[in-house]
Write a protein that binds this ligand. Structure first.
Ligand code: SAM
Length: 296
């Protein structure tokens, strides 16, 4: 069987079905077998794995997943791709294609139904317009995940791995590193896709952590603090937090907590790591509980 990672085969299928690319769905299909091999290797796909693939397109990556994994579920939003997938995946009996929006799927139910609740591997050449909601949605669903191996825009991969004090560091770095350990598997140039995207891409594997890397009493508060600190990058942390519509701490309250934690009052969010944000959230969280009790 000629694989779709062969560009001639991709062109033949696209012409046969008179397929029109939909830019708004982030449709850039892989046409390079080195990249599909690299993704299989990076995701450490084994014969007993269940793999959830997001956005199979015409099935290029899916064909390779079917050959290496035990069972594959591929969720594709574009209904015009379903007949194409029926043809390109016909040789495989270990794949189910579901038409739908990945953001509306009940991922924990998928893990239970297809994998008996065991950790799932996720593989995707992601539509770049919804990279962050897809990844955060997976993590926040608390579905058991082994790893998530995704093709993303190169700059996004850099932000996911960034350390405090660098210009790439931000809310996405902290959110990803709270749930996973990122590992850059490959840089992928535009000529590996049809049509060519305007940006460089990278394959990143996120090894999902068992438990959390820091002790935090109120995750939602920690993430609101993180967002507030990076929303106003040039402001000090205490100004960012005091100005946030999502939070109700005064500058004085933040300054007092920073001093208690041994952190300079003039610090900016970009200098703080997860342990400091967790400590800040725990201290401010306790302060607001005391404040509420004294109001009663
Ligand atoms: N996996 C294929 C490949 O590597 O050649 C296609 C990758 S293409 C970058 C992204 C795919 O995601 C497209 O097929 C697109 O239609 C699909 N997609 C976009 N938004 C989606 C969503 N919300 N849920 C599921 N699939 C989506």
């Amino acid at each position: 069987m000629v694989k779709l990672s062969n560009p001639q085969e991709t062109i033949r299928i696209l012409q046969k079905y008179e397929f029109q690319f939909k830019k708004k769905l982030g449709q850039n299909f892989l046409i390079d077998s080195h990249v599909t091999d690299k993704i299989i290797e990076a995701a450490e796909i084994r014969k007993n794995d269940f793999v959830l693939e997001i956005g199979p397109g015409i099935g290029t990556m899916t064909q390779h997943l079917c050959e290496h994994a035990g069972q594959v579920l591929a969720v594709e939003i574009d209904s015009s791709l379903i007949p194409i997938l029926q043809e390109t995946l016909a040789p495989y009996d270990n794949v189910v294609v579901r038409q739908g929006d990945i953001l509306k799927q009940d991922i924990p139910a998928i893990a239970r139904e297809y994998n008996g609740g065991r950790p799932v591997k996720v593989v995707a050449n992601l539509p770049y317009y919804i990279t962050t909601p897809i990844i955060m949605g997976l993590f926040e669903s608390r579905v058991p995940l082994a790893n998530v191996t995704v093709m993303v825009q190169k700059e996004v991969a850099e932000r996911m791995q960034a350390k405090p004090g660098t210009k790439e560091y931000g809310a996405l770095s902290l959110a990803v590193q709270y749930y996973a350990k990122p590992y850059l598997a490959a840089n992928v140039p535009p000529n590996c896709f049809m049509p060519r995207p305007a940006v460089g891409s990278a394959v990143i594997r996120l090894d999902c952590l068992q438990g959390t890397p820091v002790e935090v009493e109120d995750e939602s508060l920690m993430f609101r603090l993180i967002r507030a600190s990076f929303n106003q990058r040039r402001k000090t942390l205490q100004n960012g937090i005091a100005n946030s519509p999502e939070l109700s701490f005064t500058k004085g309250e933040v300054a007092a907590v920073l001093t208690d934690l041994g952190i300079a009052e003039t610090i900016r969010g970009e200098k703080l790591g997860l342990p400091e944000f967790a400590a800040l959230a725990n201290a401010l969280g306790r302060k607001s509980v005391i404040k509420k009790e004294s109001d009663m």
